[in-house]
Design a protein around this ligand. Structure first.
Ligand code: NAD
Length: 322
């Protein structure tokens, strides 16, 4: 079994569906004890049962905690439960986010949609980061288990935070009309960058993940053994009408250099890379006594403050007409 996260403890928010679900499963498959946080506790519980069934015999454990990430006391309680149950917190994947169906142009969006989106997408990331940092500061190294001080925070933004979008003028209906979502994801990028700078010397890294839309996969076509955890792999994209006709899919694919939509597991793998061992020794630490073997196994130890684009090349591409 791969063990890139062996003995680590990870919280994944929004873990009942999409990127969060895939990440929780992937982290467990790499040896982490995982805490699945979601509003949808029924689906999160099912995911926990499936993870335990698959990996429990290897000593890997999982718990579900009903959490609304926009509520500070619930996020604090989530982190407390994780630390009480597993003894530490190494990875905080602040993934939960919404794109509300009524999120529209600046002219049409209601203030309540703005507040709701900002509360979940931005405040949720702030609260998750805040309590994760407090917990990570208490992490003790354990050379035998390969555990280190500090930790890794990954906050989910979006490609829209770095790339402008507008509605298609070609009569296929609205391809995208998201405005608060975009603003919220821009805030996630800026917040994450500052967290990374502020806490770097504590060995706490923070990176943003910038996904691009991935496809909705029907249950019967999806090869993952956990597929029936929550029925078909529902992501928020399933709520939108982006991709529901071949015409619309083709129109969108024009902008994807890789020529296909991404999948949730591809985002999860990027989160795994950012999660793997977290200690970032300073020059002084090296000079003093840092154990070089710890650094050698650290895949993303020198990466912090980045906007990690996992978007099939979309944000680097200007597509010219034929
Ligand atoms: P999803 O809708 O499949 O899953 C989101 C999960 O978050 C759900 O299980 C939901 O119950 C949970 N959730 C919603 N509000 C919550 C709250 N207040 N507290 C706790 N949990 C809550 O979403 P997804 O498509 O996997 O997206 C995950 C993240 O990726 C989001 O932050 C989203 O904005 C971002 N993103 C997704 C795409 C995409 O194409 N799907 C693109 C760019 C960014």
């Amino acid at each position: 079994m791969p063990n890139r996260l062996s003995h680590k403890v990870a919280i994944v928010t929004g873990a009942a569906s999409g990127i969060g679900l895939e990440s929780a499963i992937l982290f467990a498959s790499e040896g982490a004890n995982v805490v699945l946080a979601d509003l949808n506790i029924v689906a999160a519980d099912k995911a926990v049962a499936a993870i335990k069934k698959e990996y429990g015999s290897l000593g890997i454990d999982a718990i579900a905690v009903k959490t609304d990430v926009s509520k500070e006391e619930e996020v604090k309680a989530l982190v407390d439960v994780a630390v009480q149950t597993f003894g530490r917190l190494d990875i905080m994947f602040n993934n939960a986010g919404i794109m509300h169906p009524a999120d529209d142009t600046a002219l049409n969006t209601e203030e309540r949609i703005w507040d709701l989106t900002m509360n979940i997408n931005v405040k949720g990331v702030w609260f998750g980061s805040k309590y994760a940092i407090l917990a990570m500061r208490a992490n003790k190294p354990d050379a035998e288990k390969g555990l280190q001080t500090g930790g890794s925070i990954i906050n989910v933004a979006s490609f829209v935070a770095i790339h402008g979008c507008r509605d298609s003028p070609i009569g296929l209906g609205s391809i995208r009309r998201m405005r608060v979502d975009t603003a919220s994801k821009g805030a996630v990028l800026a917040l994450t960058r500052e967290l990374a700078m502020t806490h770097a010397r504590e060995g706490i890294r923070a990176n943003s993940l910038c996904p691009c839309v991935f496809k909705l996969i029907p249950a019967e076509l999806y090869p993952h053994p956990f597929l029936n955890v929550s029925g078909p792999l529902k992501t928020r994209t399933s709520l939108m009408d982006f991709l529901n006709t071949p015409e619309k899919r083709d129109r969108r694919l024009v902008h994807l250099p890789l020529g296909r939509f991404g999948e949730a597991i591809e985002q999860a793998k990027a989160a795994l890379f950012c999660s793997s061992l977290s200690f970032s020794p300073t020059v002084d630490d090296h000079a003093k006594q840092a154990d070089p073997t710890i650094v050698a196994s650290d895949e993303s130890s020198y990466i912090t403050g980045t906007d990690f684009k996992v978007d099939g090349g979309l944000t680097s591409c200007y597509t010219t007409p034929l």
